[in-house]
Design a protein around this ligand. Structure first.
Ligand SMILES: [Zn+2]
Length: 302
């Protein structure tokens, strides 16, 4: 009897320890693809009695698009998502990322790279040119060393994923020469510091996951659960993105757009109502097994 009770409370503890997040970059206004990620990460967290946080990934200051941060915040409000903590902004956290770089430096896990874009050419796997040059860190790009090993993880939707660190990815940049902290570094540190346990995001970020697992393991961080969602496409068969000018979410159409997102995720329809009520119903009905498999959605969306 006793062992059975212990098991039950363990199960409850696991359920209660879900912490998820939605982490958009303000490099353009939110579009329908962003809404899919917001809805899926929210419903999955809430259906597992978890917490859900919002984090604005605005380290890449030159690429920040005017007013897109305000648009993200107004969408969170209009779609009536209720984050369980104050929204954090990565641009306020540079000291934290610098501390992690210092830690990695002590592990001899990083080095300065003086290669220019021209020297690197079109080869996106870095050849390790500066690895053993012991260059000063100031005013150079900072790269993380990888070793000759495979990183594998079980994606909840996409199945088992493996990447060869050295031959497929190469030593990668954590800080650019212009001082910008890379997405890879900021995301790993903030997922850890916010106590994130489950990552739900678009399949366009699948390729980055092995790098992030590697970096997290070097820093001694616990591993995360991953689910990469299929991407919404436009009517030209391109994935919706800020680069191909996907239409900004129209907050005046929030209930309609929310319903479309829920349906695109393969979930049963909800009754049209205030977004908060629609989200509650979507959480009650949430079934991960209904999400379309693969990296792309077949229908076309806004
Ligand atoms: Zn170099």
């Amino acid at each position: 009897m006793l062992s059975h009770e212990v098991k039950q409370s363990d199960a409850l503890l696991n359920l209660r320890s879900y912490v998820g997040r939605f982490a958009p970059s303000p490099t353009g206004p939110l579009h329908f693809g962003s809404l899919l990620t917001a809805v899926a990460s929210y419903c999955d967290a809430k259906a597992n009695y978890g917490q859900w946080f919002v984090r604005i990934e605005d380290t890449d200051i030159p690429r920040i698009y005017p007013n897109s941060e305000a648009h993200i915040l107004s969408c969170i409000d209009a779609f009536q998502f209720e984050p369980d903590a104050e929204i954090i902004f990565q641009k306020d956290r540079f000291e934290i990322y610098e501390q992690a770089l210092e830690q990695l430096k002590q592990f001899d896990a990083i080095y300065a790279c003086q290669c220019t874009r021209k020297m690197l050419g079109s080869n996106h796997i870095y050849a390790g040119t500066c690895r053993d040059l012991n260059l000063e860190f100031a005013d150079q790009a900072i790269r993380l060393k990888v070793t000759d090993q495979q990183i594998c993880f079980e994606d909840r939707l996409q199945g088992r994923q493996c990447s060869d660190l050295q031959h497929e990815l190469g030593d990668f940049v954590l800080k650019r020469r212009d001082g910008i902290i890379s997405y890879q570094l900021a995301v790993v540190i903030d997922d850890y510091l916010q106590g994130i346990t489950h990552v739900v995001r678009g399949a366009d970020l699948l390729d980055n996951t092995a790098r992030q697992i590697w970096l997290g393991s070097l820093l001694g961080y616990p591993s995360l659960s991953y689910m990469h969602l299929p991407l919404a496409m436009n009517d030209q068969g391109q994935k919706l993105s800020k680069q191909n000018l996907a239409q900004a979410l129209d907050i005046a159409q929030a209930p309609k757009l929310l319903q479309q997102a829920i349906l695109a995720l393969g979930q049963p329809a909800v009754e049209l109502n205030q977004p908060r009520i629609m989200l509650q119903q979507a959480v009650q009905q949430w079934d991960v097994n209904l999400i379309p498999k693969g990296e792309y959605l077949t229908g076309t969306y806004l």
